[in-house]
Design a protein around this ligand. Sequence first.
Ligand code: 6GU
Length: 225
Amino acid sequence: MKIDILTVLPELLESPFSHSIIKRAKEKGLLEIRVHHLRQWAVNEYGQIDDYQYGGGAGMVMMPEPLANAIDTLSKDNPYDQIIYMTPDGERLNQQIANQLSLQGNLLLICGHYKGIDQRIRELYVTREISIGDYVLSGGELAAAVLVDAIGRLLPGVLNDETSALFDSFQDNLLAPPVYTRPADFRGSKVPEILLSGDPKKIGDWRHEQSLRRTEERRPDLLDE
Ligand code: 6GU
């Protein structure tokens, strides 16, 4: 899978993809991430990519030409399956969307800044708009990093234990059960006996029951879906 990211702050996206699971996905050749500086497509020698908004009001808007030129140039190599604009007014990211996107071959993520991007780019180019939650970030970069992480770990062969993503919280609309490691007795607080029983059937049933209980308590909305 290939993911291109268009941003005015490429520095913000250096570290998130250089560690842990996403790093391994890149090293294994399962995921290629390319970060492109929108400034390359600035409209003048001053590097301008934003301008005042029509109708007045505080805050700059990202101009259409740099974005359109960037997208046209980048698409030539390899047309995109989806052009995704990261924006707080997009559809809220969930596991199902991450699953869907992990099946695509070639994505472009656009990170907005300031007041966002000119509406015409959203209408002419963008195929999907995604938010990572109901709060406002300073720009789309951290949201793009979240999306790439959520997608990257789902690619076949990325996780060591192929099945482990299947048991993540949310994968079946249930939260994950509690987990324990050694010691079996930590300052008088004991690991549930059943986990020491060695009986896979009983342990599986217990975990499922714990998942259900946790979901009922913390996220009853997931059970309605
Ligand atoms: Cl995708 N962008 C920004 N700027 N803020 C957000 C967001 C995205 N998702 C949640 N808040």
